[in-house]
Write a protein that binds this ligand. Structure first.
Ligand code: CA
Length: 382
């Protein structure tokens, strides 16, 4: 039975390509989980015919490329994997609740799940920021290593437990861009008085260097930049930024995204709602989130460079690299802030220690693997 299913799944893979490979792999995993459950005398509740209708509130405009579509993808995968026993209706920001109300809405059960980025909740849980993006922190590959196999997820669960939520990684943007500026940044002095939309710890770095951090959900940034309410903004990278049209309001596009080197997007699930599902549906929610996590990174990786070409060649965007001394200051202040964050409470210290230890290990290993390879490829191919 298992072999036959596997064969059929691989036939589908050949027919429909990569997306199916993902679904097929997840199918095999689920079959394995279900058969293990049977061997132990049941307990996975796969026979339950009960169906569930969930709502997902998101911090993104509805269907927004990359992020909103990532949330849609998660809902679709859950529905397909469950054979329709668990359906998830996705709401864009403002449709059911405002972008930044999503966390509370799921916490109190207005919706069963949400889709966002953990640094949006820093006002409620400062330690949450470590699970989205840390300036000079982990890349996408490293974040996944830390979350899934480095103790990160367990720490994240402890932070969200106080809010009646279960967090899961559900997407990653890869390295972001440094942002859109109406004037050039040639030295630290150019940051003085600069009003920039930038979330999380990166925003705190800007504050300490004389700038002003502004928090705005995605849907409100363009108007603020065009009106001059803000002087600069970061969002994600070329694929997303092109869709928002920031090039119409600011000409200078800076790299690298020192403040968000591999931002993890999240889904947060109401604890009781998750516990009320039969165990096979709970597994589906978890595995679908892993699949969505990988798919979003693949989406960004496939589309960013095309979008960058369009920005440069069709919209005359000026690409700029942050000067070294500016990056050095960003790094110095980041380390100062991270140390302070670690002193907030015991759990923050534990998260900081775990994160910094993982970063050191990743840094050492990647010096002779990812970094060495990318340099070798760049320097030796004609
Ligand atoms: Ca960003």
């Amino acid at each position: 039975m298992f072999m036959k299913n596997t064969k059929n799944l691989y036939r589908l893979v050949i027919k429909y390509g990569q997306k199916c490979l993902l679904l097929a792999t997840m199918g095999i995993l689920l079959l394995a989980l279900i058969s293990c459950g049977d061997n132990k005398g049941g307990g996975y509740g796969s026979a339950s015919g009960e169906s569930f209708e969930w709502k997902m509130v998101t911090t993104w405009p509805k269907d927004f490329p990359g992020l909103g579509t990532g949330a849609n993808n998660l809902a679709e995968v859950i529905e397909k994997m469950s054979g329709g026993r668990l359906t998830v209706k996705v709401y864009g920001a403002g449709e059911l609740v405002g972008a930044f109300e999503s966390f509370d809405a799921v916490s109190r059960g207005t919706a069963e799940m949400g889709h966002g980025a953990a640094y949006y909740w820093k006002g409620k849980a400062p330690a949450a920021q470590f699970f989205a993006a840390v300036p000079f922190g982990l890349t996408a590959q490293e974040m996944n290593g830390w979350i899934y196999h480095g103790g990160g997820l367990e720490l994240w669960e402890r932070v969200y437990n106080d809010f009646n939520l279960v967090p899961l990684a559900a997407g990653n943007t890869g390295v972001q861009m440094g942002g859109w500026f109406t004037k050039e940044i040639k030295s630290i002095a150019d940051l003085k008085g600069l009003k920039m939309r930038i979330p999380g710890l990166g925003g705190e770095v800007l504050n300490r260097l004389g700038g002003e951090q502004i928090s705005l959900p995605g849907g409100e940034i363009f108007a603020a930049l065009e009106l001059g309410t803000i002087d600069a903004t970061e969002w994600v990278g070329p694929y997303n930024d092109l869709a928002f049209g920031f090039y119409k309001a600011a000409k200078f596009y800076y790299y690298p995204g020192w403040h968000e080197p591999g931002t993890t997007l999240e889904t947060f699930v109401n604890k009781e709602a998750l516990a009320a599902l039969p165990e096979d549906l709970q597994s589906i929610v978890r595995i679908a989130a892993q699949a969505a996590n990988m798919d979003m990174l693949a989406d960004f990786t496939a589309r960013n460079n095309q979008a960058l070409n369009t920005l440069i060649n069709e919209h005359n965007v000026q690409l700029r690299r942050f000067p070294n001394d500016v990056l050095k200051e960003f790094a110095r202040v980041t380390e100062e802030i991270l140390k302070e964050e670690s002193l907030r409470d015991e759990l923050s210290k534990e998260i900081y220690d775990s994160f910094i230890t993982f970063r050191k290990q990743a840094d050492t290993w990647h010096e002779i693997s990812e970094l060495a390879y990318l340099n070798a490829r760049k320097n030796n191919l004609k």
